[in-house]
Design a protein around this ligand. Structure first.
Ligand code: AMP
Length: 379
């Protein structure tokens, strides 16, 4: 295959950044790119997508449409992602035509939980104990090894709790086994975590890295509900979490942004649950509480610019607005002083759909505790 046309990095202003995926992560990346003088071209199957609404050009086509992918690649200077489940042959095609950042090998790794966990363990990073499950007898063997409860997950195409089931003692596990798609699966030991955290780290071509402060993430119905920045953990744990994220970015030879989600066990051990080589919902607070957001860092890394300081000028709480229920509170959110709303331009508020978020800032060091938190989010 022909090598990709070399782009002149750093990309000069006016260059076109191609973004695969049209969701809110692409929208906020495109807005950050515009502030840095770039134009974005969105590739998405969805017409009028959140990202295309704020971008220079859009291609509306399926991720398997090689003719459209080819034309898209020819029309841009560099290609990046807000959605990582692009089929492998499409990725190959794109990377044969233009620089793809982060590279296709990272995308492939993050598309497959088994490969991802194997890679993490190989570089010495702890995860929940896990076993591959290919068939019903493999499930029995994995349950015998890991015990119950345990979490059965598809290795591909899982997000927001989709593609997984908690298996408990005394239940019929074969129902979950039959219903979950696609196979194969991974069975993970159930982690009775104290909290969930994440770290976002950006890395440039020459190996410079900048990590945002680790944050705590709370989920509702498997979807991120609230992020607290910084995570209320001892400094040593925060430093360890950042080091883990940096090590992963370095070992992946990442150019771009990486989200690393971790469980914190009751004894303070950090276990990596998942990585995503793109902006992440748990980094939305950086738009309002940092000198440069996760989206700006993503664009800077992809465009070959130096990274900005990831410092926080405020503590922050971010609340997702999911589905019709949360959208019903929008008039109150807009009328509440101190809430900073971000809406994604989606017209239909289906249950479970991320429609927007809001952030509330606090002076550094004064993030509210449990009781204050409820008041901070009240609209
Ligand atoms: P995931 O799709 O892997 O990000 O998982 C979604 C959510 O399910 C996580 O954020 C956790 O709240 C929960 N979860 C996933 N894996 C486990 C596990 N091994 N033990 C306990 N909870 C888990």
């Amino acid at each position: 295959m022909m090598p990709a046309t070399p782009a002149a990095f750093p990309l000069p202003p006016g260059s076109v950044i191609g973004i695969i995926g049209g969701g809110q992560l692409g929208r906020m990346s495109a807005m950050a790119a515009a502030r840095l003088g770039y134009k974005c071209h969105i590739f998405s199957p969805e017409p009028d997508s959140p990202a295309s609404q704020v971008s220079y050009l859009s291609t509306i086509a399926d991720y398997t449409d090689h003719v459209a992918l080819h034309r898209f690649a020819e029309a841009v200077d560099v290609i990046t992602f807000e959605f990582e489940n692009v089929p492998a042959d499409g990725l190959e095609l794109l990377s044969s035509l233009k620089p793809v950042r982060p590279g296709p090998a990272i995308l492939r790794l993050s598309q497959d939980r088994l490969q991802e966990k194997q890679f993490l363990n190989d570089i010495g990073i702890a995860t929940a104990p896990w076993m591959e499950v290919r068939d019903a007898s493999g499930l029995e063997a994995a349950i015998a090894e890991l015990g119950l409860p345990a979490v059965l997950k598809t290795t591909r195409l899982g997000y927001d709790g989709k593609g997984q089931a908690v298996l408990r003692a005394g239940e019929n596990h074969h129902a979950s086994f039959t219903q979950l798609q696609p196979k194969p699966f991974v069975l993970e030991g159930f982690i009775d975590f104290a909290c969930e955290i994440s770290v976002l780290v950006a890395r440039t071509e020459n190996g410079d890295m900048a990590a945002f402060d680790p944050v705590e993430n709370r989920h509702k119905h498997h979807i991120l509900d609230v992020t607290l920045a910084p995570a209320p953990l001892p400094l040593a744990s925060l430093a360890e979490a950042s080091e883990i994220a940096r090590l992963i970015a370095e070992k992946l030879d990442l150019i771009g942004l990486l989200a690393v989600e971790m469980f914190v066990t009751p004894t303070g051990t950090l276990l990596v649950n998942e990585i995503a080589p793109r902006p992440h919902n748990s980094g939305h607070w950086t738009l309002d509480a940092c000198f440069a957001s996760q989206f700006e860092q993503h664009i800077r890394a992809v465009a070959g610019l130096p990274l900005a300081t990831p410092s926080r000028h405020a503590d922050a709480v971010m609340k997702n607005l999911v589905g019709p229920e949360d959208m019903a509170t929008l008039p109150a959110i807009l009328a509440t002083p101190g809430l900073i709303p971000h809406l994604y331009g989606k017209t239909e508020a289906r249950p479970g759909r991320k429609m927007g978020h809001f952030t509330r800032l606090f002076p550094k060091g004064s993030l509210p505790g449990e009781f204050g938190l409820e008041a901070a989010l009240k609209v």
